[in-house]
Design a protein around this ligand. Structure first.
Ligand SMILES: [Mn+2]
Length: 363
């Protein structure tokens, strides 16, 4: 069994007799298999994966091919799945569940089914702590995802130059071109809905691409490929037409803030201190209040995982986390800039996984 899964099993054993895993993402984390429905039961270091007839055969094939650990027991889900679960869990005293991932309705249902078992909270946090620290295999997948994303940026800059000014060259067309390119070049999905905002809309950190021509001024693209289920994430702002001095100052300050953070962030750092590295640069330059979001979020199987680099947060962010460093300056009604890389945190600093240039590209 993989080391990270072994340690997950140990943490579960310390807290309860077993854990019932119900979310697609955590099922995938344990089994390596992607499915929309099913259950994983973890008990005494033994993993049972219950999957329905739509997935059962392909799960068995994946196990024979070595993609699913041979120690995992795969069971075919029956219409009486609650009985299957009862057989696995009924003699337990207490069972952890995904308290932060299930609906209230489902919780009530579990209470009814497992009337003799105490359902214990904290299961979701055990998973997010384990998932935060990436294994070498996971890191490699994120690197591959990011390399597809970087390649897409190189491509799209030329594509913009070739198409700018055409009536049908809209934000939406640009978004689709980025998405199509990533999918054609090895992505197995998109990490999230690609953001393309141009002109005055670039002041909207999470604005949506529309059927409007790509405007002059700042153009922000925030996008990421998925590879083998793992996300990447990058933001670059380019300029359509020459930037004026105010625009240059906003861009340079954002970049300076990002470089200040990249230079100093490391594993075991207090979250709020990392955020402050970038925020101080932006505030000192006179843009206090214009950086409205946190410095970064970690990512993996999901695009937003915990921990984060958040203002004033007192917790520490461990070694082995992959996290974004993405300061931005957003001037309402005018324009905005965001520059985002993802990094792998280590004892003595961080490894930047992003390869794209950050010099302001003027098209
Ligand atoms: Mn991000």
């Amino acid at each position: 069994m993989r080391e990270n899964i072994k340690s997950l099993c140990n943490k579960i054993s310390e807290k309860a007799d077993a854990m019932l895993v119900t979310s697609p993402v955590n099922r995938r984390y344990v089994t390596g298999f992607n499915s929309s429905d099913g259950f994983v039961v973890i008990r005494d270091g033994k993993i049972t994966f219950i999957t329905d007839p739509r997935y059962y055969e392909s799960a068995c094939i994946k196990q024979r091919n070595g993609c699913i650990d041979e120690e995992i027991v795969i069971e075919r889900q029956t219409p009486k799945v609650m009985l299957q679960l009862k057989q696995l869990l009924d003699d337990c005293k207490n069972v952890l569940f995904e308290d932060k991932n299930i609906s209230y309705d489902r919780y009530l249902h579990f209470c009814e089914v497992f009337e003799n078992v105490e359902l214990v909270t904290g299961g979701s946090d055990i998973f997010s702590c384990c998932r935060a620290v990436k294994t070498p295999e996971e890191l490699q997948k994120i690197k591959t995802a990011q390399s597809i994303t970087d390649k897409a940026f190189g491509y799209i800059v030329n594509f913009i130059a070739d198409n700018i000014g055409k009536d049908d060259f809209t934000e939406k067309a640009l978004q689709l071109e980025l998405d199509y390119y990533m999918m054609k070049n090895g992505a197995d999905g998109l990490a999230f809905d690609t953001i393309v905002v141009s002109g005055s809309k670039s002041s909207l950190p999470h604005g949506v691409a529309e059927d409007v021509p790509v405007a002059k001024g700042f153009l922000t693209m925030d996008f990421g490929a998925k590879f083998s289920g793992y996300c990447s994430d990058m933001t670059r702002t380019v300029c359509i037409g020459k930037p004026d001095n105010d625009m240059k100052r906003v861009y340079d300050t954002t970049l300076e803030a990002q470089l200040a953070a990249l230079d100093k962030v490391h594993g075991e750092m207090v979250s709020g201190e990392a955020d402050k590295l970038a925020r101080d640069v932006i505030d000192t330059a006179g843009y206090r209040g214009a950086f409205g979001h946190s410095l970064g979020h970690s990512l993996g199987l999901e695009i937003h995982e915990s921990p984060n680099f958040s203002p004033n947060a007192q917790y520490t962010v461990p070694n082995g986390v992959v996290i974004s460093v993405e300061p931005g300056i957003y001037l309402e009604g005018k324009y905005g800039v965001r520059i985002e890389d993802i990094v792998y945190l280590k004892d003595d600093g961080c490894e930047n996984l992003t390869g794209s240039t950050k010099h302001l590209i003027v098209i």
